[in-house]
Design a protein around this ligand. Structure first.
Ligand code: GLA
Ligand code: ZN
Length: 680
């Protein structure tokens, strides 16, 4: 699908906005609120997210609602042409709720009951908490469902954490019973004949603890199930939260803001419940050349967040317009960074650039967190001017809104695989799964390819190249999907430690990579781990590359050997192989390599498969993406991640929408510059 409808009805433009807390300025509303609207106008702000932590202002005492201020805010936004992304307030509860119903507070994994405080400190099992959330959500929907300012629902804020209270223990046990049916089946699946762990009934099972001296922290089946349960619990709570909203305002889209690779929630599962995916992007900008790496990391996260939302245009729901207040070093954003940060999001498929926060609060924890409007309340600040430049740019390229990514390459990032890898006690404690997937992503982008990020439950048809790094756990159905994909002519790339365990985390007994052996044409007999300085090497297409850390000892069965280890006792054993399978083929990379080799490999595959690079021959520190709009109109984003100018050969003449200049061939891109190119 090339062109998607706007995220919010009647807003076929790129959205520019941020978290807005007018309730913090109720006493100064006659001046501050007016000023806010004037600022919003100047910066081209067309949405504001409100009510995110407003529970105490909406229901200061149980059952006593004070919506009048919110009415005024909604009217004011409407009068100023701004759509509200209205939040349900469950991200933080008012003190009266915790005081009257202590069950709403969490118990941590040390089994300590939490006191009132913080944000996500509430039990998702608590019937009282669920009831109170349903009530306030229903009130909000009734009161604002027909308000012309209402554009979208922002469900809670950054769902996360876990609770180990007795209610949650029982929920967990019930969830296990649903999943396994009988305790015998659970014991089998968890291999509980190990360490005398056979349970007699579901009520004996307790959530894992941390640290492990307190209770159970080593039973893989238990830990994996707890992670699955916790993730499911958040999804279930989301469904609970949106019930009144979908009933009363079925036409208003819902989202909740995600946190890229946050480990505790399978965002592919949660993403399926969202009308659009949205996420909070806080790159650790350095102001130096190292920002190129910051950008490649963020590029992956954008693609992942688009992927969990089924590749529809997504939302960058938060980003900082200046220094944050929680990184180890909270430096200022160098001039031009905010524009690059915003346009990079759009380049990867976001239809929004939103910030945390609109106005700096006067007191409390986030009083020094970056904001559009500083404590001085002046519009001539550097940061505000830069935000205005973003607003201008978003207006200039407004036609990009709704266009989609149409990529032929899929890269796997799978939460369940990650959980299983985190627990696996072999090779090294830290497996580096995320970094490895990011290395493949940046190599694919360096080869000029646009990438969709998928997990093992996503459809693979339609892709030409599928890359599945460290695909250790093969979830039910995935091996068959892979066979169909390769059999029909697709190209697959697998790496070391793939196909070791099944969905229950039980090892395959007929040789790794388990059910993918036939596709890969290799058998992985052993895997060696070494400190990073003890490298091995291999030659590929006339060049020598280093590999380090993970070295799998594989046998080519039907595969062709493209390269072998050059040293150690496994010198001569294959490192890179290629296996024909059906109409397609599978490459296997048996050792951890650098992005240098991966880029070379993906350049070769691009040629071999006739994939068309978005921009061929991208220099180091540059990135390119493609969005396709109505009538197949192509928008090529070319980004310079570096603080100095770079040169990119952009090919045939194209018009840069941002400057209205025509560019062709070798083109200078200014420091942190972005081109948005369309064919003339
Ligand atoms: C998160 C939260 C916001 C705010 C920012 C600060 O993303 O969602 O409420 O605390 O962090 O960076
Ligand atoms: Zn609980």
């Amino acid at each position: 699908m090339a062109q998607y409808p706007p995220i919010m009805k009647g807003m076929p433009v790129l959205l520019h906005g941020g978290d807005y807390n007018p309730e913090q300025w109720l006493k100064q509303k006659d001046t501050i609120w007016k000023e806010d609207m004037a600022f919003a106008k100047k910066a081209g702000i067309n949405t504001l997210s409100i009510g995110i932590f407003s529970w105490a202002h909406l229901e200061p005492q149980e059952g006593c609602y004070t919506f009048e201020w919110m009415d005024e805010v909604m009217d004011m936004l409407h009068a100023n042409g701004i759509k509200a992304i209205l939040a349900t307030p469950s991200g933080a509860r008012p003190p009266w709720l915790a005081e009257k119903y202590p069950e709403v507070l969490r118990v941590n994994n040390l089994r300590q009951k939490m006191l009132y405080g913080g944000r996500h400190n509430h039990c998702l099992s608590s019937p009282v908490y669920r009831e109170k959330v349903a009530q306030i959500n229903e009130k909000l929907a009734q009161r604002y469902g027909k308000h012309p300012a209402l554009g979208m629902w922002h469900i809670s804020n950054e769902y996360g954490g876990e609770c180990h209270c007795p209610l949650c223990q029982q929920e967990f046990q019930d969830w296990l019973k649903d999943r396994y049916g009988t305790i015998e089946a659970l014991n089998e699946a968890w291999w509980n004949q190990f360490w005398a762990h056979r349970y007699n009934n579901f009520r004996q099972i307790e959530s894992p603890t941390s640290p492990d001296w307190l209770g159970e922290n080593e039973n893989h089946g238990l830990k994996l199930s707890w992670r699955r349960f916790t993730s499911w619990h958040h999804c279930d709570f989301y469904v609970h939260e949106i019930e009144p909203l979908k009933r009363i305002t079925p036409e208003i889209p819902c989202t909740t803001n995600l946190m890229s690779t946050y480990p505790a929630i399978d965002y592919f599962a949660l993403g399926r419940l969202l009308d659009r995916s949205s996420w909070d992007n806080y790159p650790a900008w350095t102001g130096t050349e190292a920002d190129a790496e910051v950008c490649t990391d963020t590029a992956f996260k954008h693609d992942l967040m688009r992927g969990v939302g089924d590749n529809k245009p997504f939302m960058m729901m938060e980003s900082s317009p200046s220094a944050v207040n929680w990184q180890p070093i909270n430096g200022l954003r160098r001039p031009g960074t905010i524009l690059l940060q915003g346009l990079q999001a759009v380049a990867h498929g976001s239809d929004t650039v939103q910030y945390f926060q609109f106005r700096k609060s006067r007191g409390n924890f986030e009083k020094f967190h970056g904001a559009l409007i500083d404590h001085t309340g002046r519009s001539d600040t550097r940061v505000f001017q830069e935000v205005c430049a973003v607003g201008e740019a978003l207006k200039t390229i407004a036609s990009v809104a709704g266009s989609s990514a149409e990529n032929k390459v899929a890269l796997l990032y799978d939460w369940e695989n990650r959980w299983a890898l985190d627990d696996a006690r072999f090779v090294t404690p830290q497996k580096g799964y995320e970094q490895t997937v990011i290395a493949h992503h940046s190599a694919l982008m360096a080869a000029g390819l646009g990438v969709d990020v998928v997990d093992e439950t996503c459809a693979l048809n339609g892709y030409r190249l599928v890359v599945a790094p460290m695909c250790y756990m093969l979830r039910n159905g995935f091996p068959d999907q892979v066979k169909t994909f390769v059999g029909a002519g697709g190209t697959l790339v697998l790496t070391y430690i793939s196909g070791y365990v099944n969905q229950d985390d039980l090892c395959f007994l007929d040789g790794f990579p388990g059910p993918l052996r036939e596709v890969a044409g290799v058998w992985a007999e052993e895997v060696d781990a070494r400190p990073p300085q003890l490298t091995n090497s291999f030659a590929y297409e006339g060049k020598t590359y280093l590999c380090r850390e993970y070295f799998e000892l594989i046998h080519a069965q039907t595969a062709e050997v493209l390269s072998v280890y050059q040293s150690d006792f496994y010198a001569g054993m294959p490192v890179v192989t290629k296996n024909e399978y059906g109409k397609g083929c599978c490459y296997y990379v048996a050792a951890r390599t650098g992005t240098d080799f991966l880029t070379a490999l993906y350049r070769t595959l691009t040629r071999e498969q006739g994939l068309e690079p978005i921009v061929p021959g991208l220099p180091q520190g540059a990135g390119a993406t493609l969005r396709v709009g109505a009538d197949g109109l192509e928008y090529r984003f070319v980004m310079n991640y570096l603080p100095e100018e770079t040169r990119v050969n952009v090919g045939p003449p194209q018009r840069d929408l941002l400057t209205c200049h025509t560019v062709a061939g070798e083109t200078v891109i200014p420091p942190r510059g972005v081109l948005v190119l369309v064919k003339e």
